[in-house]
Design a protein around this ligand. Structure first.
Ligand SMILES: Cc1cc2nc3c(=O)[nH]c(=O)nc-3n(C[C@H](O)[C@H](O)[C@H](O)COP(=O)(O)O)c2cc1C
Length: 288
Protein backbone atom coordinates (compact mmCIF):
# COMPACT_ATOMS: atom_id res chain seq x y z
CA UNK A 1 0.00 0.00 0.00
CA UNK A 2 2.81 2.40 0.84
CA UNK A 3 6.11 2.69 -0.95
CA UNK A 4 9.38 2.34 0.97
CA UNK A 5 9.91 6.07 1.29
CA UNK A 6 6.45 6.57 2.74
CA UNK A 7 6.90 3.68 5.15
CA UNK A 8 10.21 5.07 6.35
CA UNK A 9 8.79 8.53 6.89
CA UNK A 10 5.78 7.18 8.79
CA UNK A 11 8.02 5.07 10.99
CA UNK A 12 10.19 8.08 11.83
CA UNK A 13 7.18 10.25 12.67
CA UNK A 14 5.42 7.57 14.72
CA UNK A 15 8.56 6.97 16.74
CA UNK A 16 9.40 10.58 17.46
CA UNK A 17 10.15 11.70 20.97
CA UNK A 18 11.56 14.75 22.70
CA UNK A 19 15.33 14.98 22.98
CA UNK A 20 16.97 16.71 25.92
CA UNK A 21 20.52 15.52 25.40
CA UNK A 22 22.51 16.85 22.48
CA UNK A 23 25.90 15.88 21.12
CA UNK A 24 28.56 18.39 20.28
CA UNK A 25 27.98 18.39 16.53
CA UNK A 26 26.86 21.57 14.78
CA UNK A 27 23.74 21.57 12.69
CA UNK A 28 24.74 22.25 9.08
CA UNK A 29 23.31 25.50 7.64
CA UNK A 30 21.70 23.58 4.74
CA UNK A 31 19.94 21.21 7.16
CA UNK A 32 18.61 24.05 9.27
CA UNK A 33 17.48 25.94 6.16
CA UNK A 34 15.65 22.88 4.90
CA UNK A 35 13.87 22.51 8.26
CA UNK A 36 12.92 26.19 8.24
CA UNK A 37 11.61 25.95 4.67
CA UNK A 38 9.23 23.20 5.80
CA UNK A 39 8.09 25.45 8.68
CA UNK A 40 7.42 28.33 6.30
CA UNK A 41 5.20 26.08 4.15
CA UNK A 42 2.88 25.35 7.10
CA UNK A 43 -0.82 26.18 6.99
CA UNK A 44 -1.81 29.58 8.32
CA UNK A 45 -5.24 31.10 8.99
CA UNK A 46 -6.00 33.35 5.99
CA UNK A 47 -2.36 32.72 5.06
CA UNK A 48 -1.53 35.79 7.14
CA UNK A 49 1.46 34.14 8.83
CA UNK A 50 1.48 36.21 12.03
CA UNK A 51 4.53 34.36 13.32
CA UNK A 52 8.25 35.13 13.40
CA UNK A 53 10.99 32.69 14.27
CA UNK A 54 14.04 34.01 16.10
CA UNK A 55 17.03 31.79 15.48
CA UNK A 56 19.37 31.78 18.47
CA UNK A 57 22.82 30.23 18.13
CA UNK A 58 24.93 32.49 20.32
CA UNK A 59 26.05 30.51 23.38
CA UNK A 60 25.67 33.43 25.80
CA UNK A 61 22.11 34.08 24.64
CA UNK A 62 21.30 30.35 24.76
CA UNK A 63 22.74 30.14 28.28
CA UNK A 64 20.67 33.10 29.38
CA UNK A 65 17.49 31.53 27.99
CA UNK A 66 18.45 28.22 29.59
CA UNK A 67 18.76 29.90 32.99
CA UNK A 68 15.55 31.86 32.56
CA UNK A 69 13.58 28.73 31.69
CA UNK A 70 15.38 26.85 34.45
CA UNK A 71 16.28 23.99 32.14
CA UNK A 72 20.00 23.39 31.74
CA UNK A 73 19.88 21.29 28.57
CA UNK A 74 18.51 24.19 26.49
CA UNK A 75 21.96 25.74 26.09
CA UNK A 76 23.34 22.42 24.73
CA UNK A 77 21.05 22.47 21.69
CA UNK A 78 22.77 23.78 18.57
CA UNK A 79 19.94 26.14 17.63
CA UNK A 80 16.97 27.54 19.47
CA UNK A 81 14.02 28.60 17.38
CA UNK A 82 11.82 30.97 19.33
CA UNK A 83 8.32 31.15 17.86
CA UNK A 84 6.94 34.64 18.28
CA UNK A 85 3.38 35.72 17.59
CA UNK A 86 4.06 38.74 15.43
CA UNK A 87 1.37 41.37 15.00
CA UNK A 88 4.06 44.03 14.74
CA UNK A 89 4.93 43.03 11.16
CA UNK A 90 1.27 42.49 10.29
CA UNK A 91 0.33 45.98 11.55
CA UNK A 92 3.25 47.53 9.67
CA UNK A 93 1.92 45.95 6.48
CA UNK A 94 -1.53 47.39 7.25
CA UNK A 95 0.00 50.83 7.83
CA UNK A 96 2.04 50.70 4.61
CA UNK A 97 -1.10 49.74 2.71
CA UNK A 98 -3.41 52.16 4.60
CA UNK A 99 -5.68 49.31 5.80
CA UNK A 100 -7.85 49.48 8.91
CA UNK A 101 -6.18 47.33 11.57
CA UNK A 102 -7.67 46.04 14.81
CA UNK A 103 -6.49 42.49 15.21
CA UNK A 104 -4.96 43.28 18.59
CA UNK A 105 -8.53 43.71 19.90
CA UNK A 106 -9.75 40.28 18.81
CA UNK A 107 -9.06 37.27 21.00
CA UNK A 108 -10.47 35.09 18.24
CA UNK A 109 -7.71 36.21 15.90
CA UNK A 110 -5.15 35.62 18.61
CA UNK A 111 -6.28 32.02 19.03
CA UNK A 112 -5.71 31.54 15.32
CA UNK A 113 -2.24 33.07 15.65
CA UNK A 114 -1.32 30.53 18.35
CA UNK A 115 -2.69 27.76 16.16
CA UNK A 116 -0.58 29.09 13.28
CA UNK A 117 2.54 29.07 15.41
CA UNK A 118 1.90 25.50 16.51
CA UNK A 119 1.33 24.34 12.92
CA UNK A 120 4.66 25.90 11.99
CA UNK A 121 6.43 24.46 15.02
CA UNK A 122 5.12 20.98 14.39
CA UNK A 123 6.05 21.08 10.70
CA UNK A 124 9.51 22.01 11.88
CA UNK A 125 9.61 19.16 14.37
CA UNK A 126 8.53 16.69 11.68
CA UNK A 127 11.17 17.95 9.24
CA UNK A 128 13.81 17.79 11.95
CA UNK A 129 12.90 14.21 12.81
CA UNK A 130 12.96 13.19 9.16
CA UNK A 131 16.46 14.62 8.85
CA UNK A 132 17.70 12.94 12.03
CA UNK A 133 17.69 16.13 14.07
CA UNK A 134 16.34 16.07 17.62
CA UNK A 135 13.92 18.57 19.10
CA UNK A 136 12.29 19.43 22.37
CA UNK A 137 9.78 22.20 22.83
CA UNK A 138 10.08 24.65 25.69
CA UNK A 139 6.86 26.22 26.84
CA UNK A 140 8.15 27.91 29.97
CA UNK A 141 8.92 31.12 28.07
CA UNK A 142 5.45 32.16 29.18
CA UNK A 143 6.75 32.47 32.74
CA UNK A 144 9.54 34.82 31.64
CA UNK A 145 7.98 37.05 28.99
CA UNK A 146 9.60 40.30 30.14
CA UNK A 147 13.10 38.85 30.20
CA UNK A 148 12.62 37.12 26.85
CA UNK A 149 11.44 40.39 25.38
CA UNK A 150 14.65 42.04 26.49
CA UNK A 151 16.98 39.24 25.37
CA UNK A 152 15.37 39.08 21.92
CA UNK A 153 14.70 42.79 21.55
CA UNK A 154 11.03 42.17 20.84
CA UNK A 155 8.89 45.12 19.73
CA UNK A 156 5.29 45.81 20.74
CA UNK A 157 2.55 43.46 19.50
CA UNK A 158 4.79 40.42 19.74
CA UNK A 159 4.75 37.51 22.20
CA UNK A 160 7.27 34.67 22.40
CA UNK A 161 5.21 31.54 22.83
CA UNK A 162 7.38 28.49 22.32
CA UNK A 163 10.97 27.43 21.75
CA UNK A 164 12.23 24.53 19.67
CA UNK A 165 15.62 23.26 20.81
CA UNK A 166 17.21 21.65 17.77
CA UNK A 167 20.37 19.63 17.53
CA UNK A 168 21.89 16.27 16.84
CA UNK A 169 20.79 14.23 19.78
CA UNK A 170 22.28 11.63 22.00
CA UNK A 171 20.13 8.76 20.82
CA UNK A 172 19.16 7.48 24.25
CA UNK A 173 15.79 9.17 24.36
CA UNK A 174 12.57 7.70 25.59
CA UNK A 175 9.49 6.68 23.67
CA UNK A 176 6.66 7.87 25.90
CA UNK A 177 3.52 5.81 26.13
CA UNK A 178 0.68 7.69 24.51
CA UNK A 179 -3.04 7.19 24.92
CA UNK A 180 -4.53 4.62 22.58
CA UNK A 181 -6.32 5.67 19.41
CA UNK A 182 -9.67 4.45 20.79
CA UNK A 183 -9.32 6.91 23.66
CA UNK A 184 -8.25 9.95 21.67
CA UNK A 185 -10.20 9.50 18.44
CA UNK A 186 -13.99 9.68 18.69
CA UNK A 187 -16.23 8.47 15.88
CA UNK A 188 -18.53 11.26 14.69
CA UNK A 189 -19.43 12.63 18.14
CA UNK A 190 -17.81 12.87 21.55
CA UNK A 191 -17.96 9.67 23.61
CA UNK A 192 -17.33 9.95 27.34
CA UNK A 193 -15.16 7.34 29.02
CA UNK A 194 -16.52 5.45 32.02
CA UNK A 195 -14.49 5.66 35.23
CA UNK A 196 -13.48 2.04 34.59
CA UNK A 197 -12.18 3.06 31.14
CA UNK A 198 -10.16 5.84 32.76
CA UNK A 199 -8.64 3.42 35.26
CA UNK A 200 -7.78 0.90 32.55
CA UNK A 201 -6.65 3.25 29.76
CA UNK A 202 -5.05 6.12 31.63
CA UNK A 203 -4.03 4.95 35.10
CA UNK A 204 -3.02 1.45 34.09
CA UNK A 205 -2.14 1.50 30.38
CA UNK A 206 -0.60 4.95 30.07
CA UNK A 207 0.90 5.37 33.53
CA UNK A 208 1.32 1.75 34.64
CA UNK A 209 -0.43 2.69 37.92
CA UNK A 210 2.53 4.94 38.78
CA UNK A 211 2.74 5.66 42.49
CA UNK A 212 5.31 7.66 44.40
CA UNK A 213 5.46 5.77 47.70
CA UNK A 214 5.86 8.05 50.72
CA UNK A 215 6.04 7.53 54.44
CA UNK A 216 6.65 9.24 57.77
CA UNK A 217 7.34 12.95 57.80
CA UNK A 218 7.60 13.15 54.01
CA UNK A 219 4.13 11.65 53.66
CA UNK A 220 2.81 14.15 56.21
CA UNK A 221 4.39 17.01 54.28
CA UNK A 222 2.70 15.90 51.05
CA UNK A 223 -0.66 15.41 52.77
CA UNK A 224 -0.43 18.95 54.11
CA UNK A 225 0.49 20.29 50.69
CA UNK A 226 -2.31 18.47 48.89
CA UNK A 227 -4.85 19.38 51.55
CA UNK A 228 -3.89 23.02 51.20
CA UNK A 229 -3.98 23.04 47.39
CA UNK A 230 -7.20 21.03 47.06
CA UNK A 231 -9.00 23.07 49.73
CA UNK A 232 -8.14 26.33 47.98
CA UNK A 233 -8.92 25.06 44.51
CA UNK A 234 -11.78 22.58 44.98
CA UNK A 235 -13.05 23.04 48.56
CA UNK A 236 -12.79 21.04 51.79
CA UNK A 237 -14.96 18.15 50.74
CA UNK A 238 -12.77 17.29 47.76
CA UNK A 239 -9.59 17.96 49.76
CA UNK A 240 -10.62 15.21 52.20
CA UNK A 241 -11.10 12.77 49.33
CA UNK A 242 -7.67 13.69 47.95
CA UNK A 243 -5.86 13.22 51.27
CA UNK A 244 -7.80 10.01 52.09
CA UNK A 245 -6.64 8.58 48.77
CA UNK A 246 -3.02 9.57 49.47
CA UNK A 247 -3.16 7.91 52.90
CA UNK A 248 -4.89 4.84 51.48
CA UNK A 249 -2.28 4.42 48.70
CA UNK A 250 0.67 5.40 50.89
CA UNK A 251 1.81 7.99 48.38
CA UNK A 252 0.76 10.09 45.40
CA UNK A 253 -0.42 8.81 42.04
CA UNK A 254 0.34 10.33 38.63
CA UNK A 255 -2.76 12.52 38.40
CA UNK A 256 -2.08 13.89 41.88
CA UNK A 257 1.56 14.51 40.98
CA UNK A 258 0.78 16.31 37.72
CA UNK A 259 -2.26 18.34 38.82
CA UNK A 260 -1.35 19.05 42.43
CA UNK A 261 2.44 19.11 42.53
CA UNK A 262 4.30 19.53 39.22
CA UNK A 263 1.66 21.87 37.80
CA UNK A 264 0.46 23.18 41.15
CA UNK A 265 -2.72 25.08 40.23
CA UNK A 266 -2.03 27.77 42.85
CA UNK A 267 1.34 28.48 41.30
CA UNK A 268 0.05 28.16 37.75
CA UNK A 269 -2.80 30.60 38.29
CA UNK A 270 -0.52 33.02 40.12
CA UNK A 271 1.04 33.73 36.71
CA UNK A 272 -2.25 35.03 35.31
CA UNK A 273 -1.69 38.60 36.42
CA UNK A 274 1.88 38.74 35.10
CA UNK A 275 0.87 37.20 31.79
CA UNK A 276 -2.14 39.48 31.34
CA UNK A 277 0.02 42.51 32.19
CA UNK A 278 2.59 41.52 29.58
CA UNK A 279 -0.08 41.15 26.90
CA UNK A 280 -1.50 44.56 27.79
CA UNK A 281 1.93 46.20 27.87
CA UNK A 282 2.72 44.69 24.47
CA UNK A 283 -0.37 46.42 23.06
CA UNK A 284 -2.84 43.53 22.94
CA UNK A 285 -6.28 44.79 23.84
CA UNK A 286 -8.50 41.70 23.93
CA UNK A 287 -8.30 41.08 27.67
CA UNK A 288 -11.18 42.33 29.84
C1 LIG B 1 3.62 23.18 24.26
C2 LIG B 1 4.71 22.31 24.82
C3 LIG B 1 5.57 22.79 25.79
C4 LIG B 1 6.59 21.99 26.30
N1 LIG B 1 7.46 22.52 27.21
C5 LIG B 1 8.49 21.75 27.67
C6 LIG B 1 9.44 22.31 28.56
O1 LIG B 1 9.37 23.47 28.96
N2 LIG B 1 10.47 21.51 28.95
C7 LIG B 1 10.60 20.20 28.52
O2 LIG B 1 11.56 19.55 28.92
N3 LIG B 1 9.69 19.66 27.68
C8 LIG B 1 8.65 20.40 27.23
N4 LIG B 1 7.75 19.86 26.35
C9 LIG B 1 7.92 18.47 25.89
C10 LIG B 1 6.98 17.54 26.64
O3 LIG B 1 7.42 17.39 27.96
C11 LIG B 1 6.95 16.20 25.91
O4 LIG B 1 6.40 16.39 24.61
C12 LIG B 1 6.09 15.18 26.66
O5 LIG B 1 6.71 14.82 27.88
C13 LIG B 1 5.88 13.92 25.84
O6 LIG B 1 7.11 13.34 25.51
P1 LIG B 1 7.53 13.11 24.00
O7 LIG B 1 7.58 14.43 23.29
O8 LIG B 1 8.90 12.45 24.09
O9 LIG B 1 6.50 12.22 23.38
C14 LIG B 1 6.74 20.65 25.84
C15 LIG B 1 5.86 20.17 24.85
C16 LIG B 1 4.87 20.98 24.35
C17 LIG B 1 3.97 20.43 23.27
Amino acid sequence: MYNDMQKQALTVLKNRYSHRKFIDKPLEDEVLDEILDVGLAAASGGNLQPVSIIKVKDIDRKTEISKLCNQGFIKDADTLLVFVIDYFRMKQWAIVEKAPFGREHAFRDFIIAIEDAMCMAQSIECAANLLGVGNVYIGTVNARYEEMKEILDLPELTVPILISCLGYADDKGMNRIKLKKEVVVHEETYKKLSDEDVKREICEYKYDNWLQKLEGEVLDKYIKHFNDVATKVNGEEWAKKVTDKIIDQGGINRAQYRFGWHYNPLVQRSYNEKIFKFYKDQGFKFLP
